[in-house]
Design a binder for this molecule. Structure first.
Ligand code: 5GP
Ligand code: SF4
Ligand code: MG
Length: 468
């Protein structure tokens, strides 16, 4: 998973990009990068780590220019070293070009093999670099045609921003798996993965880049075209469930409202007699509010999250039980003691965190613990840019909800149905999308195994397994 930003025509393009990336930090915490163009030359800074740490004031001062693209990385393919950080900038026969990619290509390994046989030398192990090599080989005179032709051989999920010396080009794959939005800040155009980036820089949201659309911004202004045959829309439903920030509007909807409605549907489908509803913060919070509102059971904060765990994991010699989860979450005994507790979370991946949380809540004196999940069981890995573990590590791929309940040691556990999830998403916002057939316009492969684009084995060079 990644976040991308593009800025055209702003005197402080690097600073605006930096702030946009800051707002998109939740989409990737491994590395951050910005490439600017002063109309003639490129300037770039890429670092491992968080946006706030990666760019000092001095580093940003070294990024002059009115055009800029930026990226926060969360590795779905390739390891997490600096050489895999984006944007990728290269010099080639036509000048300079840089690209920032959110998504994952399903035929990258095959394309890379072919390119290497033809003499391409790769600097990184990511699938995104394949796009740059394809582009460097294209012979068409203008960059937008080179991009379109390069992308003809690519399959999968891609929201992209390209930078040339004096042009910015944004592209979304024909299925529109990942979000990409267009905004305006006075005379400049801004692209970003989510509207929360526009809010921070006080840019006005104009519209989404549409699936299959290529938007070009240069001195002539903004123009757009759709060079590929129309495909069915397949926006990632998991962006609504977990990934996007709840204060964002994507896919024509408020992510917060969708999550709250997911919680309400969950309460309708899986009621249970209890004294208090608590969220697993932060991702489970809006759904827990919805569950509490729908059920009439009081809502409270039974778990407090530390936002400062950072990267240091120094554990004392004498072992502390559930140390990892305790660093991040702690139970509020006053809320939980003697109570029948409902905990609401957005998803269960491996089940290890859920198990530790249930034990922590019991240790705080809860009488009963009921787990409610605001999405269906995650049974299949994602090949379109979300960092999920392999199938065998997904607990729901091989265990029923009853078995998972036993593993996490709760009194009951229930998931929202696929229909309930799709109804919640469809009911929130843009009526033309999903009205006829709820869910028809979404990818839900991690919950159903219905993959809209076939994955070619061997594509993802190394799936990182980070879950919290
Ligand atoms: P588990 O109980 O399976 O160990 O962890 C579940 C938690 O992982 C949930 O709170 C959920 O918000 C979080 N989660 C779900 N998907 C992802 C993901 O793709 N990446 C990360 N880092 N966390 C995730
Ligand atoms: Fe989103 Fe799941 Fe589809 Fe991946 S498989 S794009 S996470 S809905
Ligand atoms: Mg969570």
């Amino acid at each position: 998973m990644c976040g991308i930003v593009g800025v055209y025509g702003h005197p402080e393009a690097a600073n605006i990009t930096y702030l946009g990336l800051h707002a998109l930090q939740h989409r990737g915490q491994e590395a951050a990068g910005i490439v600017t163009s002063d109309g003639d030359r490129f300037h770039q800074v890429k670092r491992v780590g968080l946006v706030g740490d990666a760019f000092s004031r001095g580093a940003l001062a070294e990024l002059p220019g009115h055009l800029s693209i930026g990226h926060v990385r969360y590795s779905t393919s390739g390891d997490s070293s600096l050489r895999n950080a984006q944007p990728f900038a290269v010099e080639y026969a036509h000048g300079s070009v840089a690209v920032a990619h959110n998504g994952n290509l399903v035929n990258a390994a095959e394309l890379r093999r072919k390119l290497e046989i033809d003499g391409s030398i790769f600097q990184s192990t990511t699938d995104s670099e394949v796009i740059v090599h394809l582009l460097a080989r294209a012979r068409e005179p203008d960059i937008e045609t080179r991009i379109v032709n390069a992308l003809r051989s690519v399959d999968g999920a891609y929201s992209l921003v390209f930078l040339a010396e004096s042009k910015l080009i944004a592209v979304r794959d024909p299925n529109g798996f990942r979000p990409l939005l267009l905004g305006r800040l006075r005379d400049s155009f801004i692209f970003a993965s989510e509207t929360c980036a526009f809010d921070l820089i006080e840019a006005e949201f104009i519209r989404e880049v549409e699936p299959g659309e290529v938007v070009v911004v240069d001195s002539k202004g903004l123009r757009s075209f759709k060079p590929w045959p129309e495909a069915s829309r397949r926006f990632c439903v998991f962006e609504h469930v977990y990934f996007a920030r709840p204060d964002s509007h994507i896919d024509g909807r408020s992510v917060y409202r969708v999550r709250e409605l997911l919680g309400r549907k969950l309460a309708e489908e899986h009621p249970v007699d209890a004294d208090v509803v608590i969220p697993v913060p932060d991702s489970g919070t809006p759904a827990a509010i919805g569950y509490a509102r729908q059920s009439g059971i009081p809502y409270d904060f039974g778990l407090i999250r530390s936002h400062y765990i950072g990267r240091t994991f120094i554990e004392p010699q004498q072992s502390i039980r559930h140390f990892g989860v305790k660093l991040k979450l702690n139970a509020v005994k006053e809320v939980l003691h003697g109570k029948r507790v409902i905990i609401v979370d957005d998803s269960i991946v491996r089940g290890t965190t859920s198990r530790k949380i249930v034990k922590m809540i019991r240790a705080a004196g809860a009488r009963e613990v009921h787990v409610r999940i605001s999405s269906p069981p995650t049974t299949h890995p994602c090949y379109y840019g979300i960092d999920t573990p392999t199938r065998s590590e997904l607990i729901a791929s091989s265990h029923s909800p009853e078995e998972i309940a036993r593993y996490v040691t709760c009194d009951s556990l229930a998931y929202l149905s696929r229909d309930g999830m799709m109804k919640a998403v469809s009911l929130c916002g843009a009526p033309e999308i999903g009205k006829a057939l709820p869910g028809a316009h979404y990818c839900d492969a991690c919950f159903t195994g219905n993959y809209p684009i076939e994955f070619k084995p061997g594509t993802i060079s190394s799936l990182k397994r980070i879950v919290n």
